[in-house]
Write a protein that binds this ligand. Sequence first.
Ligand code: KIV
Length: 273
Amino acid sequence: MSGYLVEDSRKVTTHRFKEMKEQGKKIAMLTAYDYTTAKIVDSAGVDAILVGDSASNVVAGNQTTLPITLEQMIYHARSVVRGVKRALVVCDMPFGTYQVNPTEGVRNAIRIMQETGCDALKLEGGVEIVETVKKILEAGIPVMAHLGLTPQHINKFGTYTVRAREKEEAAKLISDARVLDKVGCFGCVLEKIPATLAAKVTEQVRMATIGIGGGSATDGQVLVVADMLGMNNDFHPKFLRRYADLHTIMTDAIGHYVSDVKSGDFPNENELY
Ligand code: KIV
């Protein structure tokens, strides 16, 4: 393994997630949507890869995560799984595939597991989806919850601003987390909520909390890979740390290629048969 700080090269399981929380070892998670990126992300040592429905924005250029379909998520997850040796692969259930009723939810969950080979699923929402979560868990499928800013509810929220600043919403979030923990979720994404609230939830649940814009007290962190690599020039939320400027690197490299083609410098005599 050519990555960084990988203490344990065995395949990461949901059991390991809980162990890491208990041992106070932080969990590093990133998104990936394709084979090539997943292979790099995995070999660099992340513990978990999220095949996020953010593929709808990042890959397809949609404004929201709502349009991505079950078939499209299956395609992305299957491609990611092929590139991964160690990381736990979690696939988002897309909008509309688990909200109608628990039976439909579990049927779609089984389909994703069977057709992709991923390790677990992530569903957005609290107590309102708990019956579906229970059914999916009963089918032997590990579930990661997602609370706080849940992008599939953007039309209800009306804004991507920080969630649960108010007492009432914070209390509901804590209660949702406890319910989802009790029924057996192994993890929970906490997106864009006050750090003090994320810390409180982390303390009160056995499942591992994974923050994105939730401060440093959560059991792990997740970022969208294209954002942390700086591929997207016009997305600057406060929580995002950029580890590279791929936008500039790629633009320069492609510009260089274009000028080499135009000048006749590429291909040269060593680059032909
Ligand atoms: O789809 C996604 O990328 C996500 C992360 C932002 C947690 O759900």
